[in-house]
Design a protein around this ligand. Structure first.
Ligand code: SOE
Length: 388
């Protein structure tokens, strides 16, 4: 029987537009789906950037996202724009009654994030926020281990998400460095990921104490915003712009209803760490560690191993028993960053016509935004702040 076609519109043609386009294109090739996604329209801000629409697999391209969102033939809208645009777009999509995927963080502020959650609930539409690292086979396996009690009582959750793409003072002003476009800097961009991983794997953060730092406060203004990479030949004026967001945020957390202590570091000033999203979980029965730069493996220490054979085992999360891996290659044939987006869209489509939402929803994204908000208030007051 022919599968119901669901028409997709994607808003945003830069880094996330590219990763999500790849995912929409690959998901039906590698996974069995209850519906057939059709890549209908890529929406962008400039005619120039829409030249990739055909190459990315989209049937149409449009500069008018609002018109596309309200088209009766569009069923799902995927928002891959800078953070400040998420609320306006999500509210429009919810009003139009379409299913919605939105990149993280949900919004610049907790207030806006709450508004987005209220809108999708009122509209009764399916909603996902793309916390992609949950969908790494190794991370999904760690989730099962912790939920199954294999690590016992959790003493510590530790996460450090370290990058280095703006250590060069010549790196120009881009949207991720301007509060009005991004909300916060490293905290909301990469700190959001490790907060979500903590709340996904271990438990909700109940209170935080943190501090934030901007190392380079002035940067050259560029002729174009190229996300996190500097395009060859990009011209930079001598006019300088002010960085009004954090370059790094470090904070402690206590986990609701447990004795677990959490420590978080989100920095863009760790030379040599390109996209080093790393987590460590230490429990009464054992420990696990994982990092995105070596994303196909995780390390596991089991306290009940014989004393003469104790140590961190290096486990390849590419065997058939690891989530998502059967769709790809034989064991040991690794996957990459882009596959995580295929996995998240697979989970979204698999549950499109069900009540269930076994993935990161707007609810989870608001829980994350509450922690980000509390960290900003803690940094400003130099006090512990409860996460309401
Ligand atoms: C930049 O820090 C960035 O592109 C993040 O915005 C993404 O969420 C992360 O997956 C990779 O790095």
């Amino acid at each position: 029987m022919a599968k119901k076609k669901v028409n997709v519109a994607l808003i945003g043609a830069q880094f996330m537009g590219k990763t999500h386009s790849n995912a929409w294109r690959k998901v039906g090739m590698f996974f069995d789906l209850p519906v057939e996604p059709v890549m209908k329209v890529l929406c962008g801000k400039f005619p120039e950037e829409l030249k990739v629409a055909g190459k990315y697999g989209w049937e149409e391209a449009s500069l008018n996202w609002k018109e596309v969102v309200n088209r009766p033939d569009i069923d799902i809208v995927d928002i891959c724009t800078p953070n400040f645009l998420h609320p306006t777009m999500a509210l429009e999509v919810a009003k139009a009654g379409k299913a919605i995927i939105c990149e993280k963080p949900l919004a610049n502020t907790l207030k806006e994030a709450n508004g987005m959650l209220a809108a999708v609930k009122k509209a009764g539409v399916k909603h996902m926020c793309g916390f992609s690292y949950r969908f790494a086979p190794a991370v999904a396996t760690i989730k099962k281990m912790i939920a199954g009690g294999e690590l016992g009582e959790i003493f510590h959750f530790r996460a450090a998400y370290q990058q280095d793409w703006i250590v060069d003072p010549e790196f120009p002003m881009v949207w991720r460095l301007k509060k009005k476009h991004t909300g916060s800097g490293a905290l909301g961009d990469i700190g959001a990921h490790i907060v979500d991983l903590c709340q996904y794997l271990v438990g909700d953060v109940a209170e935080v104490c943190g501090t934030m730092q901007t190392f380079i406060k002035k940067r050259p203004i560029a002729d174009s915003d190229t996300g996190i990479t500097v395009k060859k030949g990009q011209k930079r004026s001598r006019k300088m712009g002010t960085v009004d967001v954090d370059d790094a945020a470090i904070f402690l957390g206590r986990i609701r209803g447990s004795n677990t202590l959490a420590t978080f570091e989100a920095t863009r000033f760790a030379p040599g760490r390109r996209n080093y999203n790393s987590i460590e979980v230490y429990g009464s029965k054992g420990s696990v560690t994982w990092n995105q730069e070596d994303m196909n493996v995780f390390h596991y220490f089991n306290r009940s191993d014989p004393e003469t054979a104790q140590g961190f085992r290096r486990i390849h999360a590419t065997d058939a028993g690891h989530p998502y891996t059967e769709a790809w290659w034989p064991t040991g044939h690794i996957i990459g960053y882009e596959h995580l987006f295929v996995h998240e869209i697979y989970d979204f489509l698999s549950n499109l016509r069900k009540k269930a939402a076994p993935y990161s929803t707007f609810e989870d994204a608001v829980k994350c935004q509450k922690v980000l908000d509390a960290v900003e208030r803690s940094s400003a007051t130099k006090k512990w702040v409860p996460v309401k």
